[in-house]
Write a protein that binds this ligand. Structure first.
Ligand code: FES
Length: 111
């Protein structure tokens, strides 16, 4: 079990209890967090794109598989600490992790 903070595009932060063994995408869905996940975790979209707020925590995560990196390249507003939510499985070590949902509108303005 890990406590995960999701920062929503509207600035709201939701702290949720995430059980081990499910993906961050599933955690989001269980808690009404608007992370899309169009392909339901089969690495065929990039709509479950999330941004890990802390670079050190990002570096501790298991490396992404090549398929994940390929999909991430297509993600809108990609950052140095971007991952796909459906590929990160919860375990005790994720406790305290803060992830941000990308704000498509803001990213569009930056580009
Ligand atoms: Fe499609 Fe994660 S839900 S890649």
């Amino acid at each position: 079990m890990a406590k995960i903070t999701f920062k929503l595009p509207n600035g709201e932060a939701k702290i949720v209890d995430a059980p081990n063994g499910i993906s961050l995408l599933e955690v989001a869905h269980k808690n009404d967090i608007p992370l899309e996940g169009a392909c339901e975790g089969s690495l065929a979209c990039s709509t479950c794109h999330i941004i890990i707020e802390d670079k050190a925590r990002f570096d501790e995560l298991p490396e992404p598989k090549e398929d994940e990196e390929d999909m991430l390249d297509l993600a809108f507003g990609l950052t140095q600490t971007s991952r796909l939510g459906c590929q990160i499985m919860v375990n005790d070590e994720l406790d305290g992790l803060v992830v941000r949902l990308p704000d498509a509108t803001r990213n569009m303005k930056v580009k």
